[in-house]
Ligand binder design. Structure first.
Ligand SMILES: [Zn+2]
Ligand SMILES: [Zn+2]
Length: 485
């Protein structure tokens, strides 16, 4: 009898729980439709392993630099041989198609007045000194020849996109092409005959040519705000930063804490304003600090919400010294963002080491970025580990790196979770900058025997965290003052 009653009771409880769950879903749904998706969104909602675009990247082509001719030497040779000077091109009477004076010969450097306009203003020129024919679009390929690494045939440019050109090896006897054909299944071979464009069987190379100079000196962005406008005492500011950044407490709760515990009346917006203001000082200091770095870095993309959309943070991290070297926020997970993040790391190295290596996930953008730097004479290894940030098995050798990245991601997410995302790009950049400063200068790291990754002597003997934040702000201000002096 009793057993039966318990059973019935259990059933009732189960049914009630189910009701509660359904009601919860209805409430979340109604909240969502009433107030916009934002508020009802689960705080832990994140794009778990958002897939990146799969793209097969072939190895680098063989770049053959063409030996440059010198038009001055060629002109001298001419006059020695013929006993007279080679005259510049005489502009034809009434012809408007003069060669612009910004154009010179890509193979011998002859200035515009030695160039013929070959096609009546349609952009093809011929050099009177060395006889090279060229147009402005193939200026680069005239200074270098790209060859297929498999068959050594010269690659053909087949497409011009906004940021890159696509080159292809069209040699039917190419070992790469033949190898791909012969490894096809019978079924694929049939499909290939019908729709050859659906298959990538030939060697392809993308030459990036966007307006970006690797390793160029970037001047730090100077803060627009005045820290003197912060109406709290330095210690209060230090407390606010400690709660908001170190402990990852939301701006709203930080404001409550300050009110309830310390009797300081501030709004959550003030917390955000302070964070933005401090970040604009601390970021140049953190970005340009003379870190003592190793030659081994790992990189990973993580997510951050800006204006309700997912953005990406490209973190690069010194695997040995545990220092965050790049933390770039970008709306896109694309090659140019990967290039800029890698450039952030490279420009922090006093000299590019011979054995420089990066461990990243399987995203092809890193290989494209590596090719881009190689194009500019900057070489390093990229080791891709599929499953660096998910459950896939990784080799024993790379497991420690996987753990390092997971730990960094966990730490960041722990601090970011309470923020509900950001209203603007600037807000997200500010938060990431504060997190980076905290991680490098203030946070003891378990793998470093509880030392902070970057020991700044001025910070070590201070009694508590608020004092360290204040000192860090002071050091950042000193750094900026030095720059403008
Ligand atoms: Zn020439
Ligand atoms: Zn080939």
């Amino acid at each position: 009898m009793l057993e039966k009653a318990v059973k019935v009771l259990n059933q009732i409880i189960f049914t009630l729980l189910l009701y509660i769950q359904i009601q919860h879903h209805i409430i979340v749904y109604l909240l969502g439709s009433l107030l916009g998706k934002h508020l009802a969104r689960n705080i832990n909602d994140e794009p778990v392993n958002k897939p990146y675009r799969k793209l097969q990247i072939d190895q680098m082509p063989i770049i053959e630099r063409i030996e440059k001719l010198d038009y001055k030497k060629l002109l001298l040779d001419y006059s020695l041989k013929y006993g007279k000077d080679l005259k510049p091109v005489k502009p034809r009477k009434g012809s408007k198609n003069r060669v612009p004076n910004t154009v010179n010969c890509p193979s011998c450097g002859a200035p515009h007045n030695y160039l013929y306009d070959n096609t009546g203003g349609r952009g093809q020129y011929k050099c009177k000194v060395c006889s090279a024919v060229f147009n402005l679009k193939n200026h680069f390929s005239k200074s270098a020849i790209l060859r297929c690494p498999h068959c050594l045939k010269v690659l053909e440019k087949i497409k011009e996109r906004k940021d890159f050109f696509i080159y292809k090896c069209k040699n039917d006897a190419c070992s790469f092409y033949q190898g791909n054909l012969s490894s096809m299944s019978k079924e694929d071979k049939k499909k290939f005959k019908e729709n050859p464009h659906e298959f990538k069987v030939r060697y392809i190379y993308r030459e990036f040519n966007f307006d970006f100079k690797p390793l160029s000196k970037k001047s730090p962005v100077l803060p627009k705000v005045d820290l003197a406008k912060i109406y709290s005492s330095p210690h209060t500011l230090g407390l606010i930063l400690t709660f908001y950044v170190n402990y990852g407490i939301s701006a709203r709760k930080t404001a409550c804490l300050m009110r309830d515990v310390f009797d300081v009346n501030i709004s959550h917006q003030t917390v955000l304003n302070y964070a933005d203001a401090v970040a604009s000082f601390v970021k140049p200091f953190t970005d340009n600090y003379q870190y003592d770095l190793s030659n081994s870095f790992c990189g990973d993309e993580t997510y951050i919400r800006v204006n309700g959309k997912w953005h990406y943070i490209f973190f690069f991290f010194d695997a040995i010294k545990k220092i965050i070297v790049a933390s770039r926020v970008s709306p896109n997970r694309d090659t140019i963002s990967a290039i800029k993040a890698l450039d952030d790391v490279l420009s922090k190295l006093p000299k590019i080491p011979d054995d420089l290596s990066f461990v990243v996930d399987g995203n092809p953008i890193y290989i494209l970025a590596q090719h881009y730097f190689a194009q500019h004479g900057i070489n390093f290894d990229i080791n891709q580990v599929i499953g660096l940030t998910n459950e896939d098995p990784v080799s024993k050798e790379l497991r420690p790196l996987k753990q390092i990245i997971e730990r960094l991601n966990r730490t960041f997410k722990g601090n970011y979770r309470s923020t509900h995302g950001f209203q603007s790009d600037d807000g997200s950049v500010a938060f990431v900058a504060l997190f980076t400063a905290y991680f490098n200068f203030l946070r003891p790291h378990s793998a470093l025997e509880k030392r902070v990754p970057v020991v700044v002597p001025e910070l070590t003997h201070l009694p508590h965290m608020p004092a360290r934040w204040c000192k860090l702000i002071e050091l950042s201000q000193d750094y900026l003052q030095q720059l403008s002096a």
